[in-house]
Design a protein around this ligand. Structure first.
Ligand code: C5P
Length: 311
């Protein structure tokens, strides 16, 4: 039996460069991703038959083939057919449809856990190849920490980690955004602005502003970091969900160094100069928006990805 911790992620930067030129229908992105200490717990227990069973503490999470934890186990079983099935228990703390990669991080945890349970001896590169087949955010979830992610999100370069930086997360429980909807809507509205050729895409990447953020991270310059955040998907999600835009404003009014939507939303994150300041910001936002539907968390930036839980 193995127990793993699966951190959520936020996007400090998400630039949509254009369509992937391989015709996959995906977008070419520049992202800077950060693992945070809001985590799911995953338990893997061997079965004596070949079935894969998923159980989740959140009843809204589908436990069938749609679940990335299930897909990860099915993918490995297909490649290593000598192995029996597995029972997967997910203790869910990361909200669904939130832009926090909750599903992707569960998929990544199952890859790591089954590699151990089935004694597959996979290398990090092999695990990353399986991760990329499961979804664009799964490779980052596996690796965690702070990373630059190019292509669909699978081309990762680790960055100096931002351990110690406090992040406050806010999400309305009853709001969720389907990632395909966010990207499709963006394409409908902004396809005319897309870089079309490899050289145009390279130019767009150079001019997108990520270099300033990378420098800020390298130098741990929080002021410059705060000024360099970007998320292109805000352009479609904020107008459609005014509550998300209001939450972002309230984080800033409460003294956050910066605030931005994560991924395709609707979670908004805020950067705080210390854990104490993070709790103060959370309390001020709670007072300004006393809606019981609003969940708030104070987290830390996390220097790792999927980890075995130590007893
Ligand atoms: O890979 P994943 O299933 O997590 O992606 C969800 C959706 O997000 C895709 O179906 C696609 O619509 C969109 N997407 C995209 N370009 C990316 C990553 C995701 O268009 N690089």
């Amino acid at each position: 039996m193995y127990r793993l911790l699966a951190p959520a992620k936020i996007n400090l930067f998400l630039q949509i460069v254009g369509n992937c030129l391989d015709g996959s229908g995906y977008h070419e992105l520049v992202m800077v991703m950060q693992a945070v200490s809001l985590m799911d717990r995953i338990e893997l227990v061997p079965r004596r038959d070949r079935q894969i069973k998923v159980h989740c503490t959140n009843p809204a999470v589908p436990c069938d083939q749609r679940n990335l934890a299930y897909k990860a186990a099915a993918l490995l079983q297909q490649h290593f057919p000598d192995h029996d099935g597995v029972e997967i228990f997910i203790e869910k703390r990361i909200p669904m449809g939130a832009g926090l990669a909750g599903g992707s991080t569960n998929g990544a945890a199952v890859l790591v856990g089954l590699d151990l349970l089935w004694q597959l001896g996979l290398t990090q590169a092999e695990l990353q190849t399986f991760a990329a087949q499961l979804g664009a955010d799964v490779p980052f979830c596996l690796q965690g920490g702070t990373a630059l992610a190019l292509g669909r999100g699978e081309q990762l370069t680790p960055l100096v980690d931002l351990q110690g930086l406090t992040v406050v997360l806010g999400k309305y429980r009853s709001l969720s955004v389907a990632t395909p909807w966010a990207y499709q809507t963006y394409r409908q509205e902004f396809a005319t602005t897309y870089a079309q050729t490899p050289s145009e895409q390279e130019k767009a990447r150079q001019e997108g502003g990520s270099a300033t953020l990378l420098q800020a991270i390298q130098q741990r310059d929080i002021t410059q970091l705060a000024a360099s955040l970007r998320n292109d998907l805000e352009k479609v999600v904020l107008p459609r969900y005014p509550l998300v835009a209001e939450l972002k404003e309230q984080f800033l009014a409460a003294g956050a160094i910066a605030s931005m939507m994560s991924g395709s939303g609707p979670t908004v994150f805020a950067l705080a100069s210390s854990a104490d300041e993070g709790y103060s910001i959370m309390q001020r936002v709670r007072r300004a928006l006393p809606d019981p539907d609003l969940d708030l968390w104070v987290c830390e930036c996390c220097p790792h990805g999927i980890q075995l839980e130590t007893p």
